[in-house]
Ligand binder design. Structure first.
Ligand code: MSP
Length: 579
């Protein structure tokens, strides 16, 4: 049946307009608990995804788990489980984590899924056929912790290797290598010609410095199956599995490929040559066929090239040196930007499970709420430098900026509309119209530039201004004087408009709190956010059509709240917790 379709489909031409804004995060190793660092990266990606959606763009946001490797194989063995059963349990808990931190990802890729494995193997076969790999014996010092050969450069001054490498053993091993030599010059040119390719600038300079001062060593892409069998088998040599970057990095194109992205399907020459009969279709072929079919039918979505890869500083080289080279070898365009964030510490020390220096995002969320957690990490740490978590710092921002700042503003404003105008937003002059409009422009510009901290600083400025406006105009005094009803109307109208704007501008960072602001303002159609299944459990509907209804769209300048509009139930957004 599927087979007949191959010959029936009609190609539909897609326009470049169909391409979605495609952003990804690093895929996490799942043999540990998710910590603050993992949560931070995923949250900043989610804020960017939501900001683009609320600006009216179609977005595809991908995250996932990196499941192969020796550590997983050994941990599974220790628990008496198969690696697959072990990974299935862990992946389920990571997927639950993704939901707990409020991610609006469109898909979650697991490197043990057949849709991913099929693409990795197709790429390996193709590059092998083109002579991009060679096999060589290598003798050296191997770190069992880092699962890699160390070089002379890794030695400490006394000749030993750092304790973080764990047990280091001398090993002779034959492996496959990917030739990198011919790629160094064009990559330097590409990075220099495209200043936005690596952000922030400090990371770009770091990569350029590395490329200009070192000769790239060829990349080892395999491990003998006798030593590591929990990996993707190399299709042209059964004695090897691929390790590690030809597995992990490829997730960024394996999902687009499975969705039939024409750019990827085309470049990988998927399903070519076509097997002569359906009986020859292996599971891998089937996935390739499905991808090809989607492309031919025009039911695919266009994602590649990625608009944004969001990663931490430790995997910079893999994403800005090896990945572009791999893509070039596959004849695929390069991603538009790699955005590199810094690392979190706690109390000035490295996060470490063994010393107990950890921040458990779920514990913080259970106590303070997911919006407060998301707000804090984005407000505290700009994308780029390293950050430091302290419990006191968190509480202090919560109390001053959320409880006393935003929460108090919304609560005071709406309570006064209830008390003095029976819950109806009065006709009046918006005295802060200019400030709201300017804040809006600055926040939108900041979101577009991935300057998330700046967006929150701008919103915070509007909160402070509006709270000062209440203190200066003393509406509670005016309320006692019927002759000054007009002045009071202006104040209440102004405050309602400020709250409405904040409930929109803050939505990407604090979707829950923002929707509650809109609900309390009486915009009841707010529960939709980006939800709406598309047959894929991670799927979100094209949101551009939903946002204007929710009042959380940044795409259009909002109309003033209608005269006579009735607000909803008022309740504290961020209860004070001083002790
Ligand atoms: N599996 C690889 C990535 C493959 S991407 C194709 C990996 N996994 S990881 O679980 O170790 O890290 C996942 C992400 O979390 C990385 O971007 C890493 O930089 C980030 N972080 C890990 N610890 C961190 C902090 N302490 N602070 C901030 N981010 C941190 O690497």
């Amino acid at each position: 049946m599927v087979w007949n379709l191959v010959f029936m489909v009609n190609a539909r031409t897609m326009s470049p307009m169909d391409k979605r804004f495609y952003l990804t995060t690093a895929i996490d190793y799942i043999n540990g608990e998710p910590h603050l660092g993992h949560a931070y990266e995923k949250i900043i990606a989610d804020v960017i995804a939501r900001a683009h959606r609320s600006l009216g763009e179609e977005v595809f946001f991908l995250t996932g788990s990196d499941e192969h490797g020796q550590k997983v194989q050994q941990a599974a063995q220790a628990e008496g489980k198969t690696p697959q059963a072990y990974c299935d349990a862990l992946a389920a808990s990571w997927q639950a984590f993704v939901k707990s931190i409020g991610l609006s990802n469109d898909d979650f890729v697991r490197t043990t899924e057949s849709r991913h494995i099929a693409v990795v193997q197709a790429i390996l076969s193709r590059l092998h056929a083109e002579g991009q790999f060679y096999k060589e014996k290598h003798k050296g010092f191997y770190s069992t912790t880092a699962e890699t050969f160390l070089t002379e450069k890794d030695r400490l001054p006394d000749g030993s290797f750092d304790a973080s490498y764990g047990k280091v053993v001398e090993l002779e091993e034959e492996n496959y290598y990917f030739k990198l030599g011919e790629h160094q010059a064009w990559l330097i040119e590409h990075i220099e010609a495209n200043p936005g390719f690596i952000a922030p600038d400090s990371r770009r300079n770091e990569v350029l410095g590395f490329l200009k001062n070192n000769t790239l060593e060829d990349l080892c892409i395999s491990r003998p199956a006798s030593r590591l069998n929990w990996g993707i088998p190399i299709p042209f040599d059964k004695d090897f599995v691929t390790y590690v970057w030809f597995d992990a990095l490829v997730n960024y194109i394996s999902v687009p490929c499975a969705l039939g992205d024409p750019v990827v399907v085309e470049a990988l020459s998927f399903f070519n040559p076509v097997p002569s009969s359906p009986s020859q279709i292996s599971p891998t072929d089937r996935i390739q066929l499905m991808a090809w079919l989607k492309k031919e039918e025009g039911t695919s979505i266009q994602l590649w090239p990625a608009d944004l890869h969001i990663i931490g500083k430790d995997i910079l080289k893999f994403h800005t040196v090896y990945w572009p080279i791999m893509l070039k070898a596959m004849k695929l365009p390069l991603p538009k930007q790699v955005l590199v964030h810094g690392w979190w510490q706690k109390n000035g020390e490295k996060l470490s499970k063994s010393t107990g220096n950890v921040v458990d995002p779920i514990a913080v969320i259970n106590e303070w709420g997911v919006d407060a957690f998301r707000y804090y990490v984005v407000r505290e740490l700009d994308i780029g430098p390293d950050g430091n978590w302290t419990d006191d710092g968190f509480k202090s921002r919560y109390n001053s900026e959320l409880a006393n700042g935003l929460g108090n503003l919304v609560n005071r404003s709406l309570s006064m509309i209830k008390r003095y105008r029976e819950g109806v937003v009065p006709k009046g002059v918006n005295k802060l119209a200019k400030e709201i409009s300017e804040t809006r422009s600055r926040v939108i510009a900041a979101y577009r530039a991935n300057e998330l901290q700046k967006a929150l600083v701008q919103c915070g400025g509007l909160v402070t201004l509006a709270n000062q406006y209440i203190d200066q105009t003393s509406p509670f005094k005016l309320a006692k004087d019927p002759a000054r009803a007009g002045e009071l109307n202006d104040i209440l109208r102004t405050l309602a408009e400020v709250c409405h704007a904040l409930g929109t501008l803050l939505w990407p960072v604090m979707p829950g709190a923002s929707e509650r602001i809109q609900e309390q303002l009486g915009f009841t159609n707010t529960a939709i956010s980006v939800a709406g299944a598309t047959g894929n459990p991670w799927g979100h509907s094209p949101v551009a059509r939903v946002f204007p209804k929710t009042g959380t769209s940044l795409a259009e300048e909002p109309a003033p709240i209608a005269e006579g509009h009735r607000i909803g139930e008022v309740a504290p957004l961020f209860p004070r917790k001083d002790q």
